[in-house]
Design a protein around this ligand. Structure first.
Ligand code: AMP
Length: 281
């Protein structure tokens, strides 16, 4: 695996592969890689002769009081994992390389509407930061396909919409959420959890499954289901930001709906956890 830190080196390698007629699949990440990220790389391998991953903790997508400074940075370990997963190239740029003129006055990509609900309501500007960096990375890597986890369901929709609206020639592939044995979705932020909090965190998945079972057995009292689920999490010591039942496009569901997404964001101690579950009747 080649590791490059500059845009010039990245572009040179991409151009060589393009000249050789290779297909390129791309996996953007913020590093601290776990089995979920490596599943994206594995699936990328199935789609293209060349796999590029990026590790970049993007300052543009963190709010002023969020965890940008303490976000885990483990590049040597990430490199080893990517190598094992048969990634061809790791792009690990500095913020200066990506934003050489700084972030003030930076050209930004915004996907209105969908970026301001759910997580967007609690993290203003977050999805604009994501859309902007992904557009920049797509422009640099010029992939045929890019893979994103369904774990970040709203992010996946934002990226799909941005790619469609800008007519970017990139196929966006969603990959199912990888979980620990007790159901907790793998996340780089799970390591913020204390030994007491870690077993409790699995309650998010169990609560979503309870709601899914109710939906499947015909319960359409969306509000009641949401409120009961949020109350169950709060009673266990979580501070839920939202517990929502939406259509796959994130609209409010009608009683005759046949497919839903259950979405949760909740703090456990100082750790913000998000998860979601697709449900069909
Ligand atoms: P991150 O490094 O957290 O920005 O995530 C990079 C990519 O990995 C995103 O597309 C995430 O949705 C995806 N991802 C993160 N956690 C998981 C997981 N547990 N299962 C599948 N994909 C994941």
């Amino acid at each position: 695996m080649i590791t490059v830190h500059t845009i010039a080196e990245l572009r040179a390698q991409i151009a060589a592969w393009r000249r050789a007629g290779e297909r390129i699949a791309f996996v953007p990440t913020m590093g601290n890689l776990h089995r979920g990220h490596l599943e994206l790389v594995r699936r990328a391998r199935e789609r293209a002769g060349r796999v590029v991953a990026s590790v970049f903790v993007n300052p543009l997508q963190f709010g002023p009081n969020e965890d940008f400074e303490r976000y885990p940075r483990t590049l040597a370990q990430d490199r080893a994992g990517l190598e094992q997963a048969q990634c061809d190239l790791l792009f690990a740029p500095t913020a200066r390389e990506i934003y050489p003129r700084g972030m003030d006055g930076l050209t930004r990509i915004g996907v209105p509407g969908i970026s301001t609900v759910l997580c967007g309501e609690f993290r203003p500007g977050h999805f604009d930061g994501v859309a902007t960096v992904v557009a920049i990375l797509f422009n640099l890597v010029q992939p045929d396909a890019a893979l994103f986890g369904e774990k970040d369901y709203q992010q996946l929709l934002v990226i799909r919409r941005m790619t469609a609206d800008l007519h970017l020639p990139v196929e966006i592939v969603g990959v199912p959420t990888q979980r620990d044995a007790d159901g907790l979705a793998l996340s780089s932020r799970n390591q913020y959890l204390s030994a007491d909090e870690r077993p409790k965190a699995a309650l998010i998945h169990r609560t979503m499954q309870d709601v899914a079972a109710e939906l499947r057995r015909g319960n359409r009292d969306y509000r009641g289901l949401r409120e009961q689920a949020a109350a169950a999490l709060a009673a266990a010591g979580f501070r839920p930001q939202y517990f929502e039942i939406r259509t796959p496009g994130l609209d409010s569901p009608k009683p005759e709906e046949k497919e839903w997404v259950v979405l949760v964001a909740a703090y456990l101690g100082n750790t913000r956890l998000i998860d979601n579950l697709r449900v069909s009747s």
